[in-house]
Design a protein around this ligand. Structure first.
Ligand SMILES: [Zn+2]
Length: 379
């Protein structure tokens, strides 16, 4: 069996899962056709497409946690350059700055579902964890809805109920700006990105609260609704408060982070937090951005850093049961040159095998852990 065949088999069996990827973002803002591949680009490129459906298929991706995110209005309020760009891309800009946030988020979910419905023989939405293997058995990609940024629920618990009804499995509580739920790490946008240099963002509220009283209610409601809590973007204090508030039996996840040992940024998880995630049978999705994986970060290749992050989670937790892939493709990010889009994910699998991982462990990282967390934490 050639390496190529072996990797393709592992992707089928795992199945290969990306726990944080944004196909709907540009599809919604720019009315993009997700059955077409535009460009992957080498650097940051707001018009790239790295997780369109043909690209996912080429990479052998079997499951995506499709993360819906409505950019915060403050980005534009606080940045002249983005306002100017907004004028040039008026339809997209209007979707962000007008209308209710929840309403816009639902429109984004509708957009993805419409694109999916054009080829029901190739991709389908999962409405429960048990749907995932069923969809995979017919050779299709399974899509699990997730939402990034609690600002979209507009400080209303009934909007959480609505997301749950729409089939959303997971909510990332925080994002770039402090919201009514939890404080963020004041570094959601890399400091090296041009936009940070040109715009003096103020991500903080006057009186930051790690997890607000409403945030505590959100966590409890998510436990009850069986929605998975994602602590990515939360400050270390907010992460601690979430751990304390959650039912101990519920899995907790951080879908797109690195580890503090390799890059001691508050965005990344400390060794104690990795052990906490393991105790709760949760998982950590390794982000595909060298900026978060290591400081100072090498500008180009990421495979080695992805490996070192996976290896570190293994060292700290004692197994490969709590680590997965959370690329953040198409989230207006700058992925490493050696894995620029989903079609290049076989390189990750090849690397894991080269580093001597057993096939059973490789399959856990590629998708087994994600499916376990979905079954334990969702419905
Ligand atoms: Zn994010």
């Amino acid at each position: 069996m050639t390496d190529h065949e072996r990797i393709a088999r592992l992707h089928r069996e795992a199945p290969l899962t990306d726990v944080h990827v944004h196909p709907s973002l540009k599809a919604y803002l720019f009315r993009r056709n997700l059955w077409r591949h535009y460009t992957s680009g080498r650097t940051f490129n707001p018009f790239s497409s790295r997780s369109d459906f043909p690209t996912l298929e080429r990479g052998g991706v079997g499951v995506i946690w499709a993360t819906h995110h409505l950019p915060e209005v403050q980005l534009f309020r606080q940045c002249l350059l983005l306002r100017v760009a907004g004028r040039l891309l008026l339809p997209a800009y209007k979707k962000i700055v007008t209308g209710g946030r929840m309403q816009r988020l639902i429109e984004m979910i509708d957009t993805l579902e419409r694109e999916i419905a054009r080829r029901p023989d190739r991709i389908a939405v999962a409405h429960s964890a048990a749907d995932v293997p069923r969809i995979r058995a017919s050779g299709r990609i399974a899509v699990v809805h997730a939402v990034e940024g609690g600002h979209v629920i507009e400080d209303r618990l009934d909007n959480l109920d609505e997301l749950s009804r729409r089939g959303v499995a997971l909510l990332t509580l925080s994002h770039f700006f402090d919201n009514g739920i939890a404080a963020q790490t004041d570094g959601g946008i890399p400091r090296t990105m041009f936009i940070r240099k040109l715009c003096p963002f103020n991500f903080r509220w006057a009186q930051p609260s790690a997890l607000t009283p409403f945030g505590r209610e959100v966590v409890r409601r998510m436990d009850r609704l069986r929605m998975i809590v994602d602590v990515t973007h939360c400050t270390p204090e907010a992460r601690g408060a979430v751990f304390a508030e959650m039912e101990p039996s519920r899995p907790v996840v951080a879908t797109h982070v690195g580890v503090g040992r390799l890059n001691p940024d508050p965005y990344n998880l400390t060794d104690d937090e990795l052990r906490e995630v393991a105790r709760r049978h949760g998982l950590v999705g390794v982000i595909f951005m060298t900026y978060w994986l290591r400081q100072p970060h090498p500008p180009e290749d990421g495979l080695d850093l992805i490996w070192r992050t996976i290896e570190h989670v293994h060292t700290v937790t004692g197994s490969f049961d709590h680590v997965a892939l959370g690329t953040d493709f198409d989230g207006f990010t700058d992925p490493p040159d050696d894995v620029r889009d989903a079609s290049m994910l076989p390189a990750v699998t090849g690397m894991l095998l080269e580093r001597g991982m057993a096939e059973a462990d490789v399959k856990k990282v590629l998708g087994g852990n994600a499916q376990r967390v979905l079954a334990a934490g969702w419905r």
